[in-house]
Design a protein around this ligand. Sequence first.
Ligand SMILES: *[C@@H]1O[C@H](CO)[C@@H](O)[C@H](O)[C@H]1NC(C)=O
Ligand SMILES: *[C@@H]1O[C@H](CO)[C@@H](O)[C@H](O)[C@H]1NC(C)=O
Ligand SMILES: *[C@@H]1O[C@H](CO)[C@@H](O)[C@H](O)[C@H]1NC(C)=O
Ligand SMILES: *[C@@H]1O[C@H](CO)[C@@H](O)[C@H](O)[C@H]1NC(C)=O
Length: 764
Amino acid sequence: MVTYKWLAFVAAGRLAAAWGTDTEDITYILPIYEGALANDSRTNDLAILNGMKSMLGVGGANTKLGFSFSSWCLSRDVSSAANNFTFDPTNLNYVLGLAVDLDLPILVHANNGRWADCCTSNSDGGWNDALLDQIAAQPDTTMQNSAGDSLYGHDYGSNYFSFSRYNDYYRSYKRRNLQASMSTIAAWAADHPTLFAGISLDSETLYANDAADYNPLIVQEWKEWMQNTGLYGAGAAYFGQGRVPAFTSIDDFNTATGQSFASWDDVTPPAPLSQGNPFTEEWQRWRVQAIVHTTSDETSWIVEAGIPRNLIYGHQTPELEYYNFGDDLTTATAAFGAGGYTAYGRAPLDFQSIDTPLRADGTNNFGLFELNPLSTDNTFSYDTLTTLWSDGAKILCPNAFENVTAKDQYSLFDSPTTGDTWGNNINAFLSAYANTARLQQPPGWNPGNKVFDLYDSFSDATESGPDNHIAANGSSGGVAVKTVYEAVGGVITYSIDLPSVSDGQRLNFYAAVGIKDGAGSGGGTATFQAAINGDSLLLGNGIIIPPTYWTWKHWLPVMADITAWAGQTVTFTLSTTGNDYYGWTQWGSPAIYQTPNGASGGDTSSSNLALDKVVSASSNDKSAPGGGWGTAYLTDGNVRGDSASNGWSSVSHDSSSATEWVQVDLGSSQTVGKVVLHPRSDITTAAGTGFPVAFDISGSTDGTTWTTLSSQPSYGASIKAGRGEVITFESANVRYVRLTATELSGVGGESGYRVQFAELEVYA
Ligand SMILES: *[C@@H]1O[C@H](CO)[C@@H](O)[C@H](O)[C@H]1NC(C)=O
Ligand SMILES: *[C@@H]1O[C@H](CO)[C@@H](O)[C@H](O)[C@H]1NC(C)=O
Ligand SMILES: *[C@@H]1O[C@H](CO)[C@@H](O)[C@H](O)[C@H]1NC(C)=O
Ligand SMILES: *[C@@H]1O[C@H](CO)[C@@H](O)[C@H](O)[C@H]1NC(C)=O
């Protein structure tokens, strides 16, 4: 049983009670029920939901039935224009009251993005588009195409407002009403701790199409982001969240993107998009980043309203192989919270291409916030549930429990296309898994103690395909990792004696997958697969990476449970297939890990060699804005900062060119091969900032003579609060590990440059 630190964080006021769930061993099945309206008959709503309980069964101690519904704080649940459209809690309180009467746990979809008025302008119960229409009528509030036409559509999930942080008119209403709605839920949850499962963010925060968004505010923001000026400049709220590295001149930009603009004022985004073209890639990079900013800001607003960050889930429809919507997998994890997505009709074996990276990136927690196999096949439907359960999903929201005369295809029962198939299989699953504890997953950056290193053992492997090789320098994202480069169409085969396990221990395969820089466009996707004994596939139908997923993108972490083969000698293969245009695909630091004894597969913190060890630094600014700074907080095990124990901050410098170092004394010489750097992650606009641009990691046995373990001249990855940056290198035996930064980053709200981290971890 893992106790989560947020329980200690929310010590103030009524939140002192242990609310939400204090254990991670519950799986929630929360069908979407949008039928409830305050002006419905309460008797009727209770009858329908009691009907749902009897038709699906309520599960047991570990797998529980509840329901989910949306908060419509920008449409239905607003007051009149005369009252400036303030949030009206009547409907929300009504539905929360139903949950109490029925003793059913709930999740609330904070559905105030493109689906802010749900499905029609006047569906059951009547919707209210007055506020949305008023916002859309203001200058430059909506997404625009390259001709300047608004893409706002008023109905049917097309409330496309620009993601620009300059879109103040939209953001002020959204923030005010969202926080009013979330405060109502937080207060209710404090009184009903066992009934609150969480919040999902706006469903489908994405672009209308690839001809969006050319709104002048977001184009202006793009240019500022690229140059680290304006909103991203010194003294501004988001200083330190700009592009790394910043473009220092228009010539610098022209050279990188193959353009010939005379000045920054002349720069307009590419239209139409051309995949693999550097100019389009630069624009696409920003589009993805703008979504990350949007979901991060939304998460911060919800946390400010009193909901713990662990219980806030992303809600995207990520498809790595598609370009149009900017809906990259990296957008699907809330910056301080958990991951989530929507899936309709997805085959069970296709879930892993999303689940595996999402789980490895988003700690122990992710969910499916709209889910329907859309199938009449019982096996397909049941396997959808068991696959997601095995993958470690915590919340599943089957869509939908309807009790209307004209049911649509999504209905659990009486669907015109799938009949009762989905409902019947949920019923069977709730019964079979009622008292089976949820599978806990260690965080992706710490899968346990390393027991076999596929990089170190490369010379003992057999290979097919030309020129497979290794290098302690992966090129994806500019991050140095121990990389196995594999020819596309190649297979690399290892023989491995897997250790036996006891007492809840797990064996995990972990790697970060990527494509070598500069592969460019012109190919289809590449698919990564790992297998045991030839035919046991570890990654479902494979992890699919598109031709655009290169250079500036993160490595995609993947983790698979291989405990079933513990104690056996197995053949283990890495393979990639797809278009050979890539040259090489990359397996970053592939290795097998074992979780500690008795850890229920989850608590791997003891393998962090730096935990609670003594830290010293070139400077130590305990009074830096944000609070909770000090060297001791760098190794206190709290990877998500707060004003009581935020992390370590250097002093501020006038220039980014300054040197600061911080080091940890491991107490004795140890084998080290990995450092994980957790960005500043307190809930402020400054979250994620202070992460150095150029730094070295070095090791020493005596604290005097240092050897460089990893050199990072331009850490170009997109830093995200809540996600650890994993840096692996050739193993070394050292007592002291030091990070020396030589180019610092800005810090939100300040004008100077610092180095700040929430946590520094060291692993074998
Ligand atoms: C749907 O609602 C009607 C009452 O309006 C009720 O008779 C019927 O049992 C309900 N069905 C379900 C599945 O709840
Ligand atoms: C609820 O109110 C809306 C208008 O606000 C109306 O259109 C709808 O018929 C009402 N529903 C019920 C069940 O009374
Ligand atoms: C109406 O509410 C918005 C959003 O909070 C706010 O920005 C605006 O100032 C308010 N207008 C008036 C007249 O109070
Ligand atoms: C790492 O790889 C990149 C690109 O492949 C190369 O430019 C760089 O020189 C390499 N660095 C080291 C230290 O080998």
